[in-house]
Design a binder for this molecule. Sequence first.
Ligand code: GUN
Ligand code: ZN
Length: 434
Amino acid sequence: MPLTRKAYRAAILHSIADPAEVGIEASYEYFEDGLLVVDNGQISALGHASDLLPTLPTDIEITHYQDALITPGLIDTHIHLPQTGMVGAFGEQLLDWLNTYTFPCERQFADKAHADEVADIFIKELLRNGTTTALVFGSVHPQSVNSFFEAAEQLDLRMIAGKVMMDRNAPDYLTDTAESSYVESKALIERWHGKGRLHYAVTPRFAPTSTPEQLTLAGQLLSEYPDLYMQTHISENLKEVEWVKELFPERKGYLEVYDHYKLLGERSVFAHGVHLCDDECARLAETGSAIAFCPTSNFFLGSGLFNLPMAEKHKLNVGLGTDVGGGTSFSLLQTLNEAYKVMQLQGARLSPFKSLYLATLGGARALRLEDKIGTLKPGTDADFLVLDYNATPLLSYRLKQANNIAETLFVLMTLGDDRTVLQTYAAGNLVHQR
Ligand code: GUN
Ligand code: ZN
């Protein structure tokens, strides 16, 4: 294959460390007039345009953006493909919401043609919003994952997904069995895990909808293949937490259920964790597990406020999740807008650089992919965005009053959404143009 080399010139910003560990100033790199060089789908150089331009061949194709910011692609560590058709459903908290809206919507994925149609809509929506990697729940039907990976593979996206395992406390039309969930997950792993930039996640929905036998087999799958992911939900809603105590009276708490079935580990991502206690955060951190912080969903479903400072105290990996359809937006910029309010309501602040970290490098670390995505470091995948300072009249006017990159970044996160994403690149290919 001939070498394809291209360069992109604009203001460039990326996160290089967690502000909680190194302080804000050491957590990012910003190039006011920067250059990003891409070779065959990977970043080969990043720096000031004035330093890099003399090192490049004179005939290299350079795209020059005015009033724009290049950032890494955003990383969504928790989202549901089959809930695309019921996002923004009125009025219930988690358990009623699942029964009333979610399960009937997920049922439609029994039909492969429906799964194909929604996978296409879903991936377009991710890319329109600047999300280049997501950790995705399918439905209980294996074809939901096949449709998603088939569409992601065509665009050479780095994506992680799994078929939901759910063998009790759900309608008959939407349950598998411990045995069938094991066999079907295994077939999907064999077909997709490690193919191109795709990875598989073993996906027990949450403790209430799996029997002990099914949780045992989920743990067994994780032990049978290297580098598999595990995704589930934990401690999102108080009624849910009480229900888990009733269903597993022999376990001390929610986390201990998952711990008992060997579901904690470096590639395990637990969504929500709103009602976790100190000891549970410590145990998650000790095992290298991560939390997906889903502020939009936690507001919308009335679940509560995630305690980010407690997670930081334990050095627990935290990524950001939209949790569509519990969350109401595919936009991680809008999700950061809500995250800021979650912190405000707890008397704390979320700096724009910590927000940038959560949506990029923090997410990559939660997924153990920080050597491949989440920054613009040379040697990583060329998954990046061009954000448009003039996306809306208000944004354009407001950003003219901004005095520095911190203020610009914060306003992009409070006013920004899908309209702000001018272009999305994955593996060096243009995959979305506004
Ligand atoms: N807990 C179990 N299933 C779900 C789901 O689909 N969405 C959310 N937000 N929480 C869950
Ligand atoms: Zn969820």
